[in-house]
Design a binder for this molecule. Structure first.
Ligand SMILES: Cc1cc2nc3c(=O)[nH]c(=O)nc-3n(C[C@H](O)[C@H](O)[C@H](O)COP(=O)(O)O)c2cc1C
Length: 253
């Protein structure tokens, strides 16, 4: 595969396009759309968002040290984009996009009710990287909409929720899963199993053929003993059925 080499740039895609809600009080709530976000540690659960210092939300998050990452869906794509091109300096984004702020369980920043997953975060560190400052944060609580929980396993059905991703300037709806975690290994195991099973099947078929042949040979030899007939091949010298039928037909004519 031949390649072109580009200058350094942002090419880690797909990423989620999330709506980050912030603000301590109702009249100061705001939403900023963020694509530079992700998980950075499993235990303790930690996530990050990278924000340009000139965003209205930047100072709010820095001052309060809290924010909520709200995952977005196909139905929320328009609101997600809008909150990413308009500023809280000029608009009440909750009101304009008819989104509902709901009290979070652990932080003062609100959850966005319409989003299926709300991740409550508390800032632990700010890394001034360049154009963006990275807010490293501990995940304090995760709120999941019950309607997307599997009744039996309790697992969240990400696909059913219709989560969206962002790839190089475009939003994409979620697609059918290609496989679950570890499927590549499971497939290999299944293949190996089927190869083994096929070998076993072949073995038992061969065994069956040999067994039948032996029984046949025993019968053949018994027959020859009775009749005194000689067989160089060890099998009965019978005429094939089709030739017998042919003869019958001929005699009818
Ligand atoms: C899809 C998308 C992703 C974005 N990702 C980021 C991001 O990761 N960091 C950032 O600082 N701004 C990002 N923005 C831009 C801000 O959301 C935008 O400047 C917004 O108007 C800021 O709102 P605020 O001024 O109310 O804080 C993104 C915008 C869009 C549409």
């Amino acid at each position: 595969m031949s390649k072109v080499v580009w200058k350094p740039g942002t090419m880690v895609y797909p990423v989620p396009a999330v709506m980050v809600s912030c603000g301590n009080e109702e009249d100061g709530y705001n939403i900023i759309t963020i694509a530079w976000t992700g998980t950075i540690c499993t235990d303790p659960a930690m996530a990050y968002i990278s924000v340009r210092p000139d965003r209205y939300s930047y100072d709010i998050i820095k001052k309060n040290g809290e924010f909520v990452i709200n995952l977005t869906t196909k139905d929320l794509a328009k609101a997600t984009d809008w909150c990413g091109v308009k500023s809280g300096r000029d608009y009440d984004k909750f009101k304009e996009m008819q989104l509902t702020p709901v009290k979070a369980t652990q932080v003062k920043a609100p959850l966005i009710e319409e989003c299926p997953i709300n991740i409550e975060c508390r800032v632990t560190e700010i890394k001034e990287l360049g154009t963006h400052h990275m807010f490293l944060a501990k995940v304090i609580a995760v709120n999941a909409s019950k309607e997307y929980l599997d009744e039996k396993s309790g697992a969240f059905d990400m696909n059913k929720a219709g989560l969206i991703s962002y790839i190089h300037g475009k939003y994409y709806g979620s697609t059918a899963p290609l496989g679950k975690f570890g499927f590549s290994v499971q497939k290999l195991r299944r293949e190996t199993r089927s190869v083994e099973q096929a070998a076993l099947r072949r073995q038992s078929e061969t065994h069956e053929v040999l067994k039948n042949r032996t029984e046949h040979e025993v019968r053949d030899s018994q027959h020859r003993t009775r009749t005194g007939e000689q067989s160089s091949t060890g099998t009965l010298k019978r005429k094939p059925r089709w030739s017998a039928k042919k003869k019958k037909k001929k005699s009818k004519k």
